[in-house]
Design a protein around this ligand. Sequence first.
Ligand SMILES: *Cc1c(COP(=O)(O)O)cnc(C)c1O
Length: 363
Amino acid sequence: MLHKVFNFCAGPAAMPQEVMYKAQQEFRNYHGTQVSLLEMSHRSNLFDEVIKKAEANVRFLMDIPDEYGVFFIQGGASFQFAMLAMNLLPPIGKADYIDTGRWSQKAIEQAKLIGNVNVIASGKDIGYTAIPQVDELIIDPGAAYLHFTSNNTVYGTQFHEFPDYGNNVPLVCDMSSDIMSREVDVEKFAMIYAGLQKNLGPSGMSLVIMRPDMIEKSYRVLPDLLKYSTYDHYHNLYNTPNSFAVYMLSLVTDWIREQGGVGIVERINDVKSEILYEEIDRSEGFYNGFAFAPDRSRMNVCFNLPTTELDQKFVAEAAEKGMVGLAGHRSVGGIRASIYNAMPLKGVSRLIDFMTDFKKKNS
Ligand SMILES: *Cc1c(COP(=O)(O)O)cnc(C)c1O
């Protein structure tokens, strides 16, 4: 399949070409029915196969313990910021949060509307260029949970080791921008959630993975759709789920399985990010990596050129050469190359060739 354009957008992000092609093939006539899956009852056998496959693929790929819940919940990751606090943050008590930038801040803001939040570490003072160190002394073993964001999409920093203080505080993690990009020991987590639109499918739906004791924790009287237990009891079919997003998730996870699983994809992601950071480091300051090297993200590679004019020129000329979506987040500027699972090595190589050439002509 031919790539005319490589899409480096941070999200919604590129999906595997093979997946887009398959979805297109099946779009108007799903499995010979002359009806689209979008027009089909969510109680039909055909959709039942799709939602079961999506769940089975997620469980298989992440090696999720059987007793954990796997939920498909409408609304993106931002919806989970509020929903998880409503369910898991007791009216008396508090939750700990690690602030690594924009998305964790938003999670903190939403949780503060619900209950007591303690920010135990923040990268704010250093402009979120690194993952902050946590002073273990201030960790409260009585916290309802500890929330962190595994990959910081905006700043291009990533936890390469997860917080582990051996005190049994439930770990809650927003993995929106690196889920299934690397192997993770799910058993270490009480809850993992991710909006689909970076590594798994279209926007507007979240994948939520939850330890069984957390599912029933609702500390408040909540409407059914705001309780995790509802998704558990009704197997994600209390109401009409976002059937198209579930379908796309089933195709993307099929694709990851075809690649050989998360471990193989992780190795490719390592190579992609390593060669890109090498190009940055080789440039002797023409390209300036944003993040502290040990905390660099393997998903979002953020860097600046010597001037904002050059940043803009870089983005424009890259687009002419078929590499789009490279402008940094509006709050950070510069360049952000998002290289999620679906970005092939070839796309990264093309970007590196362009960078070498651009530097020669402009330095
Ligand atoms: C994109 C992103 C979000 C926001 O997702 P929405 O679906 O827009 O709510 C939250 N957290 C992280 C880490 C993200 O990358």
